[in-house]
Design a protein around this ligand. Structure first.
Ligand code: ADP
Ligand code: MG
Length: 359
């Protein structure tokens, strides 16, 4: 992983929480204190903090836009929302709904799609682009194709050249924004189908959106691919604490295991000295292997509820983020500036790696 940007977002209090005490004290746009009723205080600093009044557009601009722009240049990128159920992960990712046109409520995904098509339409005739969409869900360590529910146990393989392949997964060639939204919407609806059968499965499963951007430079006869992966993670709450049992407890244990695996992989990648990255410890990290590894860019958004009653879950979410950031954080000034330099390096590195087409 070339770089990780870790941000925190507090959603506004929702109507049933009106009048509830809050647990955040703002410092500035990068730091805040999380406080409980006994005045236990925890200070956090991230690349950026989005408070309750933040706009969806601001989150997109800071955290996603640079990664989307890079995907067009064949640099893989991953955008992850992490946090307890109800903290705003799906709202951030999809928006109030995927078809939302109100700029205040429109989520990251539709903005990503807009930007991808804008980028490829503005590059003239120097290159031909293809954008493919796949959507899968991981529930109890099984990978289900959200664009074709008959494929309910997709296998993961590693190809030569280290690309991760989801065997037989539906890949839809998307030719415009409307088409992309139509398929995203049907995949999201398929997620909801499972929900009635699997007890609120959307909060008990990880949802993964994969957009591959293939760029064919006709003159130079070469093709390059950027893979953009957006992950709406399962709720990180500790069900053990709430006295859950049976299947709910099993689900929680599986989720916690895969979230720890994700944390371990991110830490190993950002430490820069790990010779073994434990990608194989979960389906989640295995699928993300080529999107997180190599010279990719990653953004992690730690979503929190602002209420005091969620203090301990918010603390654990923010600690996950802090741990991901910690290793390289000390000397960091601003991830965007650093990314600019990194990007120059990666671009030249990618140039060497580009496959020559035998036309
Ligand atoms: P999660 O996916 O983390 O379980 P959701 O995204 O479903 O949580 O959010 C829980 C509730 O809070 C939803 O009703 C959602 O509409 C609302 N919500 C979340 N974030 C925001 C926000 N930034 N602004 C307004 N409402 C929000
Ligand atoms: Mg959700």
């Amino acid at each position: 992983m070339a770089n990780i940007c870790v941000c925190a977002r507090f959603r506004p209090a929702i109507s049933k929480e009106d009048g509830e005490a809050l647990c955040i004290a703002r410092s500035d746009s990068r730091s805040f204190t999380l406080e409980d009723e006994k005045d236990e205080q925890h200070m956090f600093s991230f690349d950026k903090v989005f408070y309750e009044d933040s706009e969806q557009a601001d989150v997109y601009e800071f955290l996603a836009r640079p990664i989307v722009r890079d995907a067009v240049e064949a640099i893989n990128g991953t955008i992850i929302t992490y946090g307890q159920t109800g903290a705003g992960k799906t709202y951030t990712m999809e928006g109030a709904n995927i078809m939302e046109t109100d700029n205040h409520k429109k989520g990251l995904l539709p903005r990503v799609v807009d930007e991808l098509f804008e980028a490829i339409n503005s590059c003239g005739e120097t290159a031909a682009y293809k954008i493919n969409l796949s959507m899968v869900e991981i529930y109890m360590e099984k990978v289900r194709d959200l664009l074709d529910l008959s494929k309910d146990n997709i296998q993961i393989k590693e190809h030569k050249g280290h690309a991760i392949v989801l065997c037989g997964v539906t890949e839809i060639l998307i030719s415009n924004v409307e088409e992309a939204l139509k398929f995203l919407s049907s995949g999201i609806a398929n997620r909801a189908v499972g929900e009635t059968q699997m007890n609120k499965a959307s909060s008990r499963s990880h949802c993964i959106y994969i957009l591959t951007v293939q760029k064919e430079m006709e003159k130079e006869k070469r093709v390059s691919t950027g893979k953009l992966v957006l992950v709406d993670l399962a709720g990180s709450e500790k069900a053990e604490k709430t006295g859950a049992e049976g299947r709910v407890l099993e689900e929680a244990k599986t989720i916690n295991k895969s979230l720890s695996a994700l944390g371990n992989v991110i830490n190993a990648l950002t430490s820069g000295k790990a010779n073994h990255i434990p990608f194989r410890d979960s389906k989640l990290t295995r699928i993300l292997q080529d999107a997180l590894g190599g010279s990719s860019q990653t953004a992690l958004l730690c979503c929190c509820s602002p209420g005091l009653c969620h203090f301990s879950e918010s603390l654990s979410t923010l600690r996950f983020g802090a741990r991901a950031k910690h290793i390289k954080a000390s000397s960091r000034i601003g991830w965007k500036e650093e990314m600019h330099d990194k990007k120059q390096e990666i671009l030249s590195e990618n140039d060497v790696k580009l496959k020559v087409l035998d036309l």
